[in-house]
Design a protein around this ligand. Structure first.
Ligand code: AMP
Length: 408
């Protein structure tokens, strides 16, 4: 199958051509025809699968057929980085089609607010917004949704994790009831189903393999003590071939600490975390995309929001608490059918978390032997770790307790 099979408007086809898109990805093959038929869609697809083009191309095709003088499409995304990235993709596709889009996100100064407000007042075909800033603009009475035809929720599971449920419901209350709603999510927990039941109408469900890392990623793990991690990193940087690296750590304190450790060691890395100003974050991402910087250290804020091709290696300094974050982190490499390496450092405490990741992805990640000069690491015994915790706490893994609903 090729993109020609969708019979997209020639102006859109030209945009696709100029961006080097020839063959649709599986999610695109499945979602585009359904969206073109104006059906609501609930799709399970992670980043890296081509999900953005899957929802935005059919919507843009329909948009070109209208007189597009009104705000036609609202895309809601969890983070400003993702919002910017979606907006950039739209800009690329829209180059020949004369479709306008505005990214709306918080974090800037008063001037950014004014620019966004003005842009909204002057009108655009598509808005790509984070929920918080959109709510603020709605409260300021700026946005008119009377002619809105499409609502798209991207990374819906992440938005709910970030506590945006109420904001989403509030935003939806401003929208026309007659609209097409598309919900994209990397996972399908019950709370996503509940949201879908509330805001989608008779949706078609599209599912590609849930949260599985791309086949092109060479995944490896080292079982280490914390005290061995710095030397192990040094060994990896010297022995593995790489041209650009992202090193993830779960806490921004760790990112800051590593930043100063690397500085002292003469490694030119840049740290990316939520304490930085928006302009600093943008500057770092730009430098990384332009290859002026080739080593980033970041928290999971970075795991969702960055789409850079040619990242050859991901290093997980620790194991993320949420198994799906692992898939997001390592999905930064091997984008769009290339290859890459993802190496995770697993200390004694993180072993249980790592086992949860292995059960999510459905296979064990190969454990590499530590280089001789580092000495022995701990054994990989996640099961024992569970028993130890049981003995220590006098109880098993924490369970959720469900109470039956009180009768009215
Ligand atoms: P996404 O899953 O939307 O974050 O997309 C992941 C990356 O794959 C982005 O850099 C897209 O530009 C790229 N991409 C998506 N679909 C295609 C395609 N059909 N052909 C080539 N690149 C694609």
């Amino acid at each position: 199958m090729t993109f020609n099979d969708f019979n997209f408007d020639s102006k859109l086809a030209e945009g696709l051509d100029s961006m080097g898109y020839t063959k649709p990805t599986p999610i695109q093959e499945m979602a585009i025809p359904v969206i073109l038929q104006n059906k609501d869609v609930i799709a399970c697809a992670q980043t890296g699968t081509g999900k953005t083009a899957a929802y935005i191309l059919p919507v843009m095709h329909k948009l070109i057929q209208t007189d597009h003088r009104h705000l036609n499409t609202l895309v809601i995304a969890p983070t400003r980085e993702l919002a910017q990235q979606i907006d950039q993709q739209i800009e690329g596709f829209a180059y020949f089609a004369g479709i306008s889009s505005i990214p709306i996100y918080g974090g800037g100064d008063g001037a950014t607010w004014d620019i966004q407000k003005k842009a909204l007042e002057q009108g655009a075909d598509i808005i790509v917004a984070t929920p918080g800033r959109l709510i603020a603009l709605l409260a300021a009475g700026t946005t008119v949704f009377d002619h809105l035809k499409h609502l798209i929720l991207d990374e819906a599971d992440r938005m709910l994790d970030m506590g945006f449920y109420e904001d989403i419901i509030k935003i939806v209350s401003y929208l026309p009831k007659e609209r097409q709603t598309l919900l994209f999510s990397a996972t399908m927990p019950p709370k996503i189903r509940a949201l879908a039941n509330k805001i989608l109408r008779d949706p078609q469900e599209i599912n590609i393999a849930i949260a599985k890392p791309a086949a092109g990623i060479d995944q490896q793990a080292y079982v280490v003590y914390d005290s061995q991690k710095e030397k192990l990193l040094d060994h990896i940087l010297k022995t593995y071939p790489w041209n650009s690296i992202i090193l993830f750590a779960s806490r921004k304190e760790t990112v800051k600490k590593l930043d100063s450790v690397f500085r002292r060691a003469g490694i030119a890395a840049k740290a990316f975390h939520s304490d930085l100003e928006q302009s600093e974050r943008e500057e770092i991402l730009r430098a990384f995309k332009n290859k002026q910087v080739n080593f980033l250290i970041g928290t999971d804020v970075l795991s969702r929001g960055i789409d850079v091709e040619g990242i050859s290696m991901i290093i997980n300094w620790d194991v993320p608490p949420d198994p799906e974050d692992y898939v997001h982190r390592i999905g930064r490499t091997a984008r769009a059918e290339t290859t890459g390496t993802a190496i995770t450092f697993v200390n004694e405490i993180d072993q249980r978390r790592f086992q949860a990741i292995e059960s999510l992805i459905g296979y064990p990640v190969p454990k590499k032997t530590l280089p001789l000069e580092l000495g022995e690491g701990p054994a990989y015994t996640p099961q024992t770790k569970r028993k130890e915790s049981f003995k220590k706490n006098g109880r098993g893994p924490r369970r959720k307790h469900f109470r039956s609903r009180p009768s009215r």
